[in-house]
Design a protein around this ligand. Structure first.
Ligand SMILES: Nc1ncnc2c1ncn2[C@@H]1O[C@H](COP(=O)(O)OP(=O)(O)O)[C@@H](O)[C@H]1O
Ligand SMILES: [Mg+2]
Length: 242
């Protein structure tokens, strides 16, 4: 079977979901979700804890079992081997090696992906921690090691599951700036967060609640439709209206 060559035109969505549902044990984690993620943009996947964000990202990354409905990634079935090099996935739980230094972790994953390190550590603000053991890092620094690993090989589609959770406000702002830069360079980003305020940094929003897609819209449209600039309040008003 030949390697998939993704179609990078504006006409082909980076992700397309039609009536996607996922059951996890007794829980219906996603319920008939349909949307398209436009290429080359920064899309925020926002919703409270338990709303299905991680399940959806896992489904797109091709690691979630029992996905029903029709889901395509760059025009292909999720999880297809050749798709991997186009994807960068940062899971919510850290998958870095505690007993290796930052650089050793990066080199290890770079070898697996056949990628160059380039200036990645600088880019995520970890240059000073290059030779530190991961187990001695703060939570925020660890998250940035995972992020650097997701960025290896300059993937065209980045799936980042709560990459800014627990970080200090300054660092959060820097990371959102980096995400904006990456989108500016042509990457497609799908970034989840349970912090509604982060909606401001996104170009498009997917709002989830109880496994259902509440709305897909831009931050400006959200403000216009709910008559408030308070993002938590905007979310509440959308729910009340729905
Ligand atoms: N491994 C699992 N087994 C069973 N249910 C799960 C599992 N992981 C998550 N869930 C449930 O699926 C729903 C969606 O979870 P999740 O996708 O992790 O939401 P979020 O990322 O928005 O917090 C929640 O009700 C959660 O409790
Ligand atoms: Mg989650």
């Amino acid at each position: 079977m030949s390697e998939p060559e993704p179609k990078w035109t504006v006409a082909v969505p980076a992700v397309s979901a039609r009536d996607v549902s996922v059951r996890r044990g007794e829980i219906q984690a996603l319920r008939h979700v349909s949307f398209e993620v436009p290429p080359g943009r920064l899309t925020g996947l926002l919703g409270p804890s338990g709303s299905g964000k991680s399940t959806l990202i896992r489904a797109i990354a091709g690691v979630q079992a029992a996905v029903e409905g029709r889901l395509t990634v760059l025009g292909f079935e999720p999880g297809r081997a050749g798709l991997r090099r186009w994807l960068g996935y940062m899971a919510q739980s850290s998958s870095v090696y505690e007993d290796l230094t930052v650089l050793e972790n990066l080199r290890y994953f770079a070898e697996i992906r056949g990628a160059q390190l380039g200036g990645l550590l600088e880019r995520v603000g970890l240059r000073e921690q290059t030779h530190q053991l991961v187990r001695r890092l703060s939570g925020g620094q660890r998250a940035r090691v995972s992020l650097a690993i997701a960025l290896l090989g300059s993937p065209r589609l980045l799936l980042l599951d709560e990459p800014t959770v627990g970080l200090d406000p300054l660092l959060r702002r820097e990371l959102w700036r980096l995400f904006g830069e990456l989108a500016g360079e042509g990457a497609t980003l799908l970034i989840s967060s349970h912090v509604m305020e982060e909606a401001r940094h996104c170009e498009d929003l997917l709002l989830l609640r109880d496994g259902r897609l509440l709305a897909q819209l831009t931050p400006d449209e959200l403000v216009a439709q709910t008559s408030t600039t308070d993002m938590d309040e905007a979310f509440v008003r959308l729910i009340e209206r729905a």
